[in-house]
Ligand binder design. Structure first.
Ligand code: ADE
Length: 211
């Protein structure tokens, strides 16, 4: 899967992508991430990405043309891309949507807006898939892009490294424990449940399923 992040602050996402599972998936060639800075697609001498909204109102709106040009660039580098626009008014993201994207597309192009939004002609022209990651308002689309990249990538077979990629199929403990077996905290002793220390795998699986 190839991801393309279009943003005014594309570098703000890079440290998360350079850690843990996503870093490994990148190193193994399972995913690839490209960044497109909207400012690089402006043509005026001040590299202005936004302007005042028609009809008045607060804040600034990101101009259509540099976003359209950045998307064109990403589309050229894609095989079968889905173009996603982030907005709190979009369709709510879910595991089902993650699977559909993973199964039906080779590339996901994420348009990350900021300020008071992006000129509405962008979504009209590109017929974007408008996605929300939840019922709250964020400052921009960078966090939603990372959320989608993470959730989609961990569902690609082989990424979790144990042959069972999808959470629903794993017997992963909901309440995990690690060493030490017992510790004291503010006068109370807290111990790992006896059955997990028993070495009896049938009983352990049964305990985990029950929990
Ligand atoms: N942009 C601002 N808030 C958002 C949200 N909750 N989901 C997706 N994009 C957003």
């Amino acid at each position: 899967m190839k991801y393309h992040i279009i943003s005014v602050f594309p570098e703000s996402t890079s440290s998360y992508l350079e850690s843990s599972l996503l870093k490994r998936a990148k190193e193994n060639g399972i995913i690839d991430v490209s960044f497109y800075n909207i400012r690089d697609y402006t043509e005026d001498k001040h590299n202005k990405v936004d302007d005042r909204p028609y009809g008045g109102g607060p804040g600034m709106v990101i101009s259509a043309m540099p976003v359209l040009k950045a998307v064109e660039d990403a589309v050229e580098k894609s095989e079968n891309p889905l173009i996603v626009f982030f907005t709190p008014h979009g369709e709510e993201f879910s595991n089902t949507m993650a699977d559909e994207i993973k199964d039906e597309y080779t590339d996901a192009i994420f348009i990350c807006g900021h300020y008071e939004g992006v000129d509405a002609r962008v979504t009209q022209i590109l017929k974007t898939k408008n996605v929300s990651i939840g019922n709250y308002v964020l400052t921009g689309g960078e966090l939603p892009a990372l959320v989608m990249i993470d959730a989609i990538t961990r569902r690609i077979p082989g990424v979790l490294g144990d042959g069972l990629s999808v959470e629903e199929n794993r017997i992963a403990p909901k309440d995990p424990y690690t060493r030490p077996e017992c510790f004291e905290y503010q006068g109370e002793e807290y111990c790992v449940p006896e059955v997990l220390r028993s070495g009896n795998h049938a009983k352990i699986d049964e305990f985990r399923k029950e929990n």
